[in-house]
Design a protein around this ligand. Structure first.
Ligand SMILES: C[S@@+](CC[C@H](N)C(=O)[O-])C[C@H]1O[C@@H](n2cnc3c(N)ncnc32)[C@H](O)[C@@H]1O
Length: 251
């Protein structure tokens, strides 16, 4: 059930939008566009949904990492069968915009929370069956730790991240590249030096953390650097949702 949405026809609607500036994404509801100028993307959640259908998975409780203004959160919350999206985001200002978007669309099953994922322990969300992680991993200083934590939380994983091809650096035993971040940019990480994993170490570490890959899309021509999209499943997952009862034939 949805709560009473905050209508774009409300007299103070645009004043509220203005007060939350600066926005990145352009939202549209009931014929009114608001927010920033960048077009929202719908392909990531669509691909995730398609792969879930193909493997017969039904995500119900999703943990989203780096939820920004809530564009993907909205889409995930509307996937059939989804009960809740726990959306973690490091910046209060982004969460404020996302809460506004949620109120406008009248969506009840998203819970936004401010959390710095450099330090925050996501394993407390072990009752989630799915992690949706787009645009976050390459903003972390020790991304391998997040991959490991992901492996102890959820069965299904959507991961969309940059990786490095020229990998002159090593950190924590992983090949990659140290990248300087402008932390004042509300789409960046919270620390100034982050680490992009090499393609090989990213994929091998996912396997080491127990994930098998169902879908992989590699965009070497992305203007900000090579980028990979992976949908994976954890073998022998420990999350509560993963324990499907055995079929009668298997007993
Ligand atoms: C590039 S944006 C991606 C936003 C969205 N997930 C997408 O794919 O369009 C990265 C988001 O992750 C957030 N973020 C970066 N580092 C973070 C951290 N250490 N903890 C929590 N959120 C972080 C940023 O504030 C920003 O909202």
């Amino acid at each position: 059930m949805s709560s009473q949405p905050f209508s774009p026809a409300s007299p103070d609607f645009m004043a509220r939008v203005q007060a939350l500036k600066p926005w990145v994404f352009e939202f549209e509801h009931q014929g009114v566009t608001f927010g920033g100028t960048r077009k929202r993307d719908f392909d990531k959640v669509a691909i995730f949904h398609k792969v879930m259908k193909r493997i017969g998975a039904e995500p119900r409780r999703i943990l989203e990492l780096g939820s920004h203004e809530g564009s993907h959160s909205l889409q995930l919350a509307r996937m059939p069968g989804v009960q809740v999206v726990h959306a973690l985001e490091g910046r209060q200002a982004n969460v404020n915009r996302a809460e506004f978007v949620k109120a406008v669309y009248g969506v009840d099953n998203i819970k936004f929370q401010v959390a710095d994922l450099e330090h925050f322990d996501i394993t407390q969300f072990h009752n989630c069956d799915t992690i949706f992680c787009s645009g976050l991993l390459y903003h972390l200083s020790q991304p391998w730790r997040m991959l490991k934590a992901m492996g102890s939380v959820a069965r299904y994983l959507y991961l969309d991240t940059h990786y490095c091809v020229e990998c002159p650096d090593e950190r924590g035993g992983f090949r990659g590249r140290v990248v300087r971040e402008n932390v004042k940019d509300a789409q960046n990480g919270t620390l100034e030096d982050v680490f992009w994993l090499s393609f090989q170490d990213l994929v091998m570490h996912l396997a080491h953390c127990g994930f098998v890959i169902h879908h992989i899309g590699d965009n070497k021509l992305n203007k900000n650097g090579p980028r990979i999209r992976i949908v994976a499943e954890k073998l022998g997952a420990t999350c509560a949702w993963s324990r499907r009862p055995p079929s009668p034939a298997a007993v």
